[in-house]
Ligand binder design. Structure first.
Ligand code: SF4
Length: 597
């Protein structure tokens, strides 16, 4: 089928076997690619209950049918595996250039199995695939590893995906990094690479993606490009100020979580906003492959340069830790990139530690570094470094907020869903978004159904953010459509400007299929249910579709969302019903049958 490379690369690090297999076309049609297809194959290939860091786990690096095509933002790929953070089905998305390069090398995905005896990396140059020794890179930071590998392969145009020390140390909040600053950040996927002694995958391809209807595709692409450029979010906000353009917007709505969600309004927000970042520290914009939006930032502070920070990072290290020092936030972000840490989880874990410290649960004498005081720029930078290295008290932080707070006997302090740290929007002031947090298959997550779009930004239409009526339907549709966008290999940010029909047009012209919007959304629903079934088999259930008690019981104390709590109990039954699940959150046999699961 056109648009797909048609080939899978399977590498077993225990036996050293390297084989190519044909892409299962029927499955690709049913699950689109990327997150969907990877999730399905993972569910079929690993038994329930295995240790995510054991040899039996597998890790999929998987592109979508539109990855590497001229479609805007088509550089994306997903890392799919069983999460060491929470045993859910992990699917972490990343941009940059690595995904497109894998497609050019002729593969839809690389499946890595087993465990190498010594550190290795995988080198892929079209049909030439080798497992090479990597002991000399073990322990090295992401930037240096990238430089050295490019030197070793003698090809500056090759693309490097690697882990840093955090992944090697099996931190359950470790990221997979590619193109230096791009991260498949969430769910601890970096630790799975570390557990396999896999330091990196270097790829270089000389092919291109074949399209079914090149003329039609060109026409659709020019239409969607126009929409992206004309839209205020994708044509102005994100290009000018990056994702941190949201700082002031979210704060003005009183849903900018502050001091580990104890508050939701941060008075000095403007000091850490995208506007301030652009004015003081931005060197250049740093787009992913074929991206006209170019939300990526590249900043300099005190002579130190690096990619980012993103809105989520600015928040996690900023208001969530009570920090208004943008320089320190940029430095902490650089450490995350170099160590290979998820910035959301890392910053939010430090915020949780600050609350444990505030309440006297963590004692000053336990700390072999800066005091964990709210607002301390020194603390966020130094503890991130120590967390990445697993050094001293940093090793405890590297476990993530849920495990840290449990270890201190205060799990209520962890602002997590299914053990994954929540991102940068207080759900008490955005009811639909909160439902999406509670039901996200990989745990606390904002990019599985970005309800901020209609509830705050008014895209595609303005909803009352405090209302619960009708929200379950919206959440379901957003979750299903997002599953499709992720699986195609496009960036979710395109969805500010594009409709479901636009995605169907791109997909059809690329593949030669002829799906209408309903059929496409059914693919999304299938992907969602497959992930749900995986989690159910791991012991998850209705009791886990929840939010931290603080968000359900304690009203927001001050600001524009003052007095609100999240009304999950009113939303969840409607959501289960709309999904075709029983009251315990299990897909009914009719639903499974209808989706072919
Ligand atoms: S919008 Fe931003 S994250 Fe998305 S592809 Fe473009 S630069 Fe990358």
């Amino acid at each position: 089928m056109n648009a797909y490379a048609g080939k899978i690369l399977r590498v077993n690090l225990t036996t050293g076997s390297i084989v190519t297999e044909p892409l299962p076309v029927d499955k690709a049609k049913a699950f689109v690619g990327g997150r969907g297809l990877g999730g399905r194959m993972l569910a079929e290939e690993i038994p329930a209950g295995i240790d995510p860091l054991g040899e039996e786990n597998k890790i999929f690096f998987i592109t979508g049918p539109l990855t590497g095509t001229p479609a805007p933002t088509s550089g994306r790929y997903m890392v799919v595996t069983k999460s060491p953070l929470n045993n859910t089905i992990a699917s972490s998305n990343s941009g940059g250039y690595w995904g497109a390069e894998l497609k050019f090398a002729g593969y839809d995905m690389v499946i890595v199995e087993g465990k190498a005896k010594e550190p290795v990396y995988i080198y892929i140059k079209d049909d030439q695939v080798e497992i090479r020794p990597a002991a000399k890179y073990w322990g090295k930071l992401v930037g240096e590893t990238t430089d050295l590998l490019l030197e070793e392969v003698g090809d500056p145009k090759a693309r490097v995906l690697t882990i840093g020390p955090a992944g090697e140390n099996l931190s359950p909040i470790a990221a997979v990094m590619n193109d230096r600053y791009r991260a498949a950040g969430r769910s601890g996927v970096g630790a799975v690479m570390g557990s396999k002694n896999l330091k990196a995958i270097v790829v270089r391809g000389s092919g291109k993606v074949e399209l079914a209807q090149p003329d039609r595709f060109r026409e659709v692409v020019s239409g969607v490009m126009r929409k992206i450029k004309e839209h205020s979010v994708t044509g102005q906000g994100l290009p000018s100020y990056g994702t941190a353009v949201l700082v002031n917007v979210i704060n003005e709505n009183g849903i900018f979580p502050t001091k580990n969600f104890q508050e939701a309004y941060f008075a000095p927000a403007d000091e850490i906003s995208g506007e301030t970042l652009a004015e003081k520290y931005l060197v250049k914009r740093d787009p992913c492959y074929r991206c006209p939006i170019a939300c990526g930032r590249y900043c300099r502070v005190d002579g130190e340069e690096g990619g980012g920070p993103e809105y989520e990072t600015v928040w996690a290290y900023g208001s969530d830790c009570g920090v208004s020092d943008l320089k320190a936030i940029i430095k902490a972000n650089n450490w995350c990139n170099e160590m290979g840490l998820d910035t959301i989880s890392a910053g939010a874990t430090i915020a949780a530690a600050m609350e444990l410290y505030q309440r006297g649960y963590i004692k000053p004498e336990e700390l072999d570094g800066p005091e964990l005081k709210w607002g301390s720029g020194e603390a966020i930078v130094e503890w991130t470094r120590k967390m990445g290295l697993g050094e001293g008290f940093g090793a405890k932080l590297a476990l993530g907020a849920a495990r840290l707070c449990e270890a201190y006997g205060h799990p209520e302090v962890a602002m997590t869903v299914k053990k994954q740290e929540l991102p940068a929007y207080d759900p008490r002031g955005v009811q639909g978004h909160g439902l999406q947090y509670a039901t996200s298959n990989r745990g606390g997550c904002h990019v599985r159904g970005y309800m901020i779009s209609p509830e705050v930004l008014g895209v595609p239409e303005q909803l009352d953010r405090f209302a619960v009526e009708g929200k379950a339907e919206w959440v379901k549709t957003f979750q299903d459509l997002t599953a499709v966008i992720d699986s195609m290999g496009l960036c979710l940010f395109t969805s500010f400007a594009l409709s479901a029909q636009d995605y169907a047009d791109l997909y059809n012209a690329a593949t030669g299929l002829n799906l209408d919007v309903d059929e496409l959304l059914t693919c999304g629903e299938r992907i969602w249910n497959n992930e749900r079934i995986f989690n159910l088999q791991e012991g998850y259930g209705a009791q886990d579709d929840t939010l931290p008690e603080r968000l359900l019981k304690e009203p927001i104390p001050e600001g524009p969302s003052k007095g609100h709590v999240h009304r999950l109990s009113e939303l969840l039954p409607a959501y289960y019903q709309i999904r075709g699940w029983d009251e315990t959150g299990v897909p009914t046999s009719e639903k499974k049958q209808a989706l072919g699961l």
